[in-house]
Structures are given as structure tokens and as C-alpha cells.
Design a protein around this ligand. Structure first.
Ligand SMILES: Nc1ncnc2c1ncn2[C@@H]1O[C@H](COP(=O)(O)OP(=O)(O)O)[C@@H](O)[C@H]1O
Ligand SMILES: [Mg+2]
Length: 230
């Protein structure tokens, strides 16, 4: 799914350089469930952004399904992103004046799905994330955890083969957290791929592989007690 080659990403600020991410080589296979862990500032979001076609490295190449992502024209890169990648970030970007149902219908509408089918599929997706009884609520009428679940339903509406998630369970209530993680389990069971940044050791333990970052480089993971028990 991904092959990264000689990547460096450096931020320059007032004469100072920060190596945000650096890796000679990294592969992520189809169907893998990867947890990216590491302290704050270690480069997790930088890595995720480069995988998602949103941040070009200063050197090296990011191959996504065989294509060098940053050698594609921007319009093509945007299309790959829209058609193949689902993003689950902490800022959900739900449309505030649309209901949960309408928010989930947006990508279906953009794909030219008929009105009746938009509704049926959006309802089914909201039921999957445990919000079948909240479909007419607007984001401001939902808890943070419920908003995150609406965003996840909207992401799934695109039927992506890859999910990139940045702390998808951060600040969630236990029910929402479990709803998100069990959806991820199912997603991977269908042979699809997830790369998830997380601070949550129990979430990281559910992944099939952990990538540990420190100061922008991949390091050998210290086994957490939770990972050992799993
Ligand atoms: N836009 C930016 N400009 C300058 N430095 C940045 C920028 N984004 C991130 N950094 C720096 O790059 C490093 C990695 O950041 P980030 O990938 O956000 O880490 P993480 O997600 O692991 O907390 C940090 O030292 C951060 O301060
Ligand atoms: Mg981050």
C-alpha cells in the first residue's frame, strides 16, 4: 500500500531546523493495521500527513499503491486522496448547519448516489456507529464522542480502502471509543488498511503492528505492559 524511500521532512523556523520525520525506508502493506506511537512532537502527524498526500517531504518518495504521490500533478493527488483515503482526525469538520444524516449524505451526494439510496446508506452507517437515534441532530446537539462517530460514518460513506486516523479516540467517552475501535477492527477484517496515531496503549495493542517514533525517527518499540498482555 505504501512504500517510503529516503524520506526527510524538515521545518525551518528562525534559522533553526527541526527534523520532523526521517526514514530510510518504510513499508505498509495492504490489510495492515498500524498504530503510530510516540511522545508529543515526535513526528506522528507529520508522517500521517505525508501518507495522506497533504504534506510533501523535503526529499525522498512516498509511493502509494505503486505511484509516487508527490510526483503526481496536484489534481491527481487530490483525486487519489478523495477516492481512496478516509481521514479520521480530531477536528471533525462536520458542517454545523446540517444534521448528522445530512453530513453523512454529503459524500454520497458528491458520488452521484440517488436521493433514496443516500438516505438508506447514511442511516445504515449511523446505525453502525451507534447513532441510529440521533440522525436528525446537528453537531452542536451532539457530544464530542458522537460528533467523532458521525465523522467516522461520513468517512466510511466514501468506502475508502485506507483509513488514516490521528488520535481517533482522544477525549472520547468509553462507548464512543469502543464504537470507533470495533469499527476499525471490522474495517481491517475486510482486508482494508488503517494507519492510526494514538496515545492510547489499549488502542495501539489492537493494531497488528506498532511504529514507534522518537524525535522524528523510527525506533524499536518498548513493549508496553498492555501490548505484552494482548
Ligand atoms: N508547521 C510547522 N512548522 C514548524 N514546525 C513544525 C510544524 N509542524 C510540526 N512542527 C514540528 O515538527 C515536529 C513534529 O511535529 P508533529 O508531527 O506534529 O508531532 P506529533 O504529531 O508526534 O506530536 C515537532 O517538533 C513540531 O514542533
Ligand atoms: Mg500530532
Amino acid at each position: 500500500m505504501f512504500h517510503l524511500q529516503d524520506i526527510t521532512k524538515i521545518y525551518r523556523r528562525r534559522q533553526r531546523e527541526v527534523v520532523a520525520f526521517k526514514a530510510p525506508s518504510l513499508d505498509i502493506g495492504l490489510g495492515e493495521y498500524v498504530a503510530v506511537v510516540g511522545p508529543s512532537g515526535s513526528g506522528k502527524t507529520t508522517l500521517l500527513s505525508m501518507l495522506g498526500g497533504m504534506l510533501s517531504p523535503d526529499s525522498g518518495k512516498v509511493f502509494f499503491e505503486g505511484e509516487s504521490l508527490y510526483d503526481l500533478p496536484i489534481a491527481e493527488r487530490t483525486r487519489r486522496r478523495r477516492e481512496r483515503i478516509g481521514f479520521v482526525f480530531q477536528t471533525f469538520n462536520l458542517v454545523p448547519y446540517l444534521t448528522a444524516l445530512e453530513n453523512v449524505q454529503v459524500p454520497l451526494f458528491l458520488h452521484g448516489v440517488s436521493k433514496a439510496e443516500q438516505r438508506d446508506r447514511a442511516v445504515a452507517l449511523l446505525e453502525q456507529v451507534g447513532l441510529g437515534n440521533r440522525i436528525e441532530h446537528k453537531p452542536s446537539e451532539l457530544s464530542t464522542g458522537q460528533q467523532q462517530r458521525v465523522a467516522l460514518a461520513r468517512t466510511l460513506a466514501n468506502n475508502p480502502r485506507l483509513i488514516l486516523a490521528d488520535e481517533p479516540t482522544g477525549n472520547l467517552d468509553p462507548d464512543s471509543r469502543e464504537a470507533v475501535l470495533s469499527l476499525f477492527d471490522n474495517f481491517v477484517r475486510e482486508g482494508r488498511t488503517i494507519v492510526m496515531v494514538t496515545h492510547d496503549p489499549a488502542a495501539a495493542a489492537r493494531a497488528s503492528r506498532r511504529l514507534c517514533l522518537n524525535d522524528g525517527t523510527l525506533v524499536v518499540c518498548e513493549e508496553s505492559p498492555v501490548a505484552k498482555a494482548a
